[in-house]
Design a protein around this ligand. Structure first.
Ligand code: ZN
Length: 285
């Protein structure tokens, strides 16, 4: 791109982005530079961004997500895609549904569905996870709480914002886990002692909080159900000796099966320590 074109593109981007901020204003405004700076700051404050009044890459990307999520689409019977498992509770959070997913609904999503991406929420429980997702206008399809109960946030035929670049053909599952050892006491007092584990990801080892057994049971049950329903292979990323790969896999775009977020990018470490190989070990008998 030559210099002039680049400057023009940046200018267009700025116009668009500032108009988004302006649209967010509760009253008509004059788009003077000062007002835009103030509105940008307000947007940044509301979205947990660095409040500097400058529309940099982070603010721009958040504006973009926010813009997408505010597009009006007529309501459908969104419960038609929900289903029940014998051992879990499902509830749909309507506010969440209204705000946090890609409103485009590709007809071939079901045919394209090829993977389950597993995350942790870095929150103390599912409710706080849902609040954080809402605030950041991102999403996932399922959250598994500390007691193993499952909340479905979006129908599976909707595209959630959980794994950048891989959302179109994936289902997102978040297993609630605040990860850091500093939360061990909170769990002990409020829920029950959470396992602590030493694990590796992207060639470095850390001791961190693990999962309650009931969460793993619910996760396995949910994955098997989804795999069966959407024709996803029950397969996890293994190396030649049959051990779980603990970093980004070869050709992550082509992967079909169950995986962790860290298998897609070195920028993510969730869910380090989640033993997918053991959870989905084929029964020999
Ligand atoms: Zn993640």
């Amino acid at each position: 791109m030559n210099k002039k074109l680049k400057a023009e593109a940046v200018e267009n981007l700025f116009d668009w982005a500032t108009s988004q901020v302006a649209k967010n204003a509760p009253y008509p405004i004059q788009e003077t530079e000062e007002t835009i700076v103030e509105l940008t700051k307000k947007f940044q404050r509301e979205h947990d961004l660095v409040v500097d009044g400058v529309i940099g890459p982070m603010t721009y990307s958040r504006l973009n997500t926010w813009h997408e999520s505010t597009k009006d689409v007529p309501h459908r019977n969104y419960e038609e895609e929900l289903f029940e498992l014998p051992a879990v509770n499902f509830r749909v959070d309507r506010t969440f549904y209204d705000k946090c997913h890609n409103k485009k609904e590709p007809k071939d999503r079901k045919q394209k569905m090829q993977r389950i991406v597993t995350h942790w929420d870095a929150c103390l429980n599912a409710d706080s996870c849902i609040r954080v997702l809402l605030k950041r206008a991102v999403s996932t399809h399922f959250v598994i709480d500390n007691d193993g109960s499952i909340t479905q946030l979006l129908p599976v035929n909707k595209i959630a914002y959980h794994a950048s670049g891989h959302n179109d053909n994936s289902i997102g599952i978040d297993i609630s886990n605040a990860y850091y050892l500093k939360y061990a006491d909170w769990y002990k007092r409020n829920i029950g002692e959470r396992p602590q584990i030493l694990s590796r990801v992207h060639r470095s080892s850390t001791t961190h909080l693990g999962w309650y057994p009931c969460q793993l049971t619910a996760y396995k049950e949910l994955c098997l159900h989804l795999c069966n329903k959407y024709g996803i292979e029950v397969k996890v990323p293994l190396d030649d000796s049959g051990c779980l790969i603990t970093t980004v896999i070869d050709k992550p775009d082509k992967w079909k099966g169950i995986m962790c977020h860290y298998h897609l990018t070195t920028n993510k470490i969730d869910c380090q320590g989640l033993e997918l190989d053991k959870i989905f070990k084929k029964d020999e008998d």
